[in-house]
Design a protein around this ligand. Sequence first.
Ligand SMILES: Nc1ncnc2c1ncn2[C@@H]1O[C@H](COP(=O)(O)OP(=O)(O)OP(=O)(O)O)[C@@H](O)[C@H]1O
Ligand SMILES: [Mg+2]
Length: 445
Amino acid sequence: MPTLLIIDDNPAVATALEVLFSLHDIATLHAESPGAGLALLQSESVDLVIQDMNFSADTTSGDEGEALFADIRARHPDLPVILLTAWTHLSSAVGLIKAGAADYLAKPWDDDKLLVTVNNLLELAEARSELDRRRTRERARQQQLAQQYDLRDAVFADPASERVIALACQVARSELPVLITGPNGSGKEKIAEIVQANSSVRHGAFVTLNCGALPSELIEAELFGADAGAYTGANKAREGKFEAADGGTLFLDEIGNLPLAGQMKLLRVLETGRFERLGSNRERQVKVRVISATNADLPALIREGSFREDLYYRLNAIELALPPLAERPGDILPLAERFRPQDKPIGESARTALQRHPWPGNVRELRNVIQRAGLLAVGERIEAGDLNLPKTTAPKPASTQEPDRAGIESALARAGGVIAQAAAELGLSRQALYRRMDRFGIKPP
Ligand SMILES: Nc1ncnc2c1ncn2[C@@H]1O[C@H](COP(=O)(O)OP(=O)(O)OP(=O)(O)O)[C@@H](O)[C@H]1O
Ligand SMILES: [Mg+2]
């Protein structure tokens, strides 16, 4: 049962509130003075405070209430506080709302409105502490992963990337081929490095071949090597990547660009470890851990006949699918912190802008944006203007428009902190508004 602390010198007020809340399964504690209230906050577990603004019979300034509120805030920064005030002090109450009080009610209060406010605040506090607990668990898991494995300095904070990295570590020791999929710049190569660094062949060579960067006639020679005279221009025998990677790892990037003939040969090496150099009939044998990556839709390539289905099933024994950066928003700020210059912290406006941008170029785009801003920013911090991000696209029609951080904050301000009213203005349910406040890290007013 949640517990509410009433700090009011008027016993009649306290009794009325106690009765009201006991009828709604909320326990109450009562203190008659600020000092007694602060002492109870020390000794008891309290979820919410309702405090008066004046405590001595001969004062009406509201100063005591303001001082009490400041003391509570200093000691319990997240504890919601509702101010109970005579109508003459509405202006100082509004000032305290700006300083972080949850809400205020004028005496005589309306029971229903008070209950709605209290229940909202308790719900929000519960959602918050659940979120805190989840974050703590996440961080513990992520630290453990970093202790147990070599993560190649990868930055990850979002549960979505954590899952991919944990899976990469788990499968690293097996000998099965791994296929890494994900859009441009999402960090596929980073994941390949992690698999290699935790594999049993981590001391072997790490050889990479980007199948997208070579004309298709040359890819096979690159992969398998060639004897002198095997093709025009091949005047010397050359070793291919498979031979170079023997006993280690071969990373085949943009595997979707491998021509069909090469695909057939690749399938054979994967199944038998055997191949021949171009122009040679001497069979060679290697032991290579193959990691491949693609941003292409391989199943679609299979349907159109440009990728072998059997090779696909061979390659993707284990698929590590990296979501686009926009689908792992928890990574954005930690990555930005990694990429920024040490002497250029990221300002609040830039943080907001970074979180709003859709990042079509993923981690690579983020890195470039931050490095550029770090170089060019003239102020002490990197601010939104330094990022040079395109203005967000045209607003959607009002009915489906998703409120942004600024929209929510101004609606809350207009509603004087009354959540239900702000929610109504935004066309959201209370719960939906709380979820968005949580997401943007907006404290209740
Ligand atoms: N989790 C991460 N932590 C730190 N740096 C990262 C992370 N993910 C990606 N990077 C960095 O972002 C850049 C792009 O990543 P990477 O080259 O791995 O992407 P990719 O998916 O292979 O891109 P492409 O599709 O263009 O080949 C690299 O400089 C990489 O080091
Ligand atoms: Mg890459």
